[in-house]
Design a protein around this ligand. Structure first.
Ligand code: MG
Length: 158
């Protein structure tokens, strides 16, 4: 069996009055992420992990933020396309493990819904989608609620 691992990372700025969407789920929050798309930082990290595992460059190469086509786009559309590209190279998606780093609000109550969303879009079992949420202990830009970061790893098999 052939296996590949991929790593993804992303950061977005937070601004008051913007919608916050994480893992495809709208979160009740005073602040939301700024971006060309819906700025779903968790999905963007996941897309890069998928693309990286299949050696397909990165999200910016496929969905450039200069392209008006992707203005305000639902990041689940990008995730679905990344999964399609990976499977086109005959890879199967075994699992993903992710870390979301956000100071507030509390995200844990949303995790089951995020897992369900991501599993459905990726066409894998919910058990194959892990989401861990951390704060940054009030340190740095995340701790000051100026931004959110996410990391993801993906395992592919053939
Ligand atoms: Mg991004």
């Amino acid at each position: 069996m052939d296996i590949r691992v991929g790593l993804g990372f992303d950061t977005h700025r937070l601004e008051a009055g913007r919608p916050l969407i994480l893992g495809g789920v709208p979160i009740v929050s005073e602040r939301g992420c700024v971006g060309h798309s819906d700025a779903d930082v968790l999905i963007h990290a996941l897309c890069d992990a998928l693309l990286g595992a299949a050696n397909l460059r990165d999200i910016g190469c496929h969905f450039p933020d200069t392209d008006p086509k992707y203005k305000g786009v639902d990041s689940r559309v990008l995730l679905r396309e990344c999964c399609r590209m990976v499977r086109e190279k005959a890879w199967e998606i075994a699992n993903t493990d992710t870390v979301l780093v956000i100071q507030e609000p509390k995200i844990n109550p949303y995790v089951p819904e995020m897992q369900a969303q991501l599993a459905a879009v990726m066409g894998i079992a919910e058990d194959a989608v892990s989401i861990k949420v951390k704060t940054s202990e009030r340190l740095g830009f995340i701790g000051r609620c100026e931004g959110v970061s996410a990391q993801a790893v993906v395992l592919l098999t053939k």
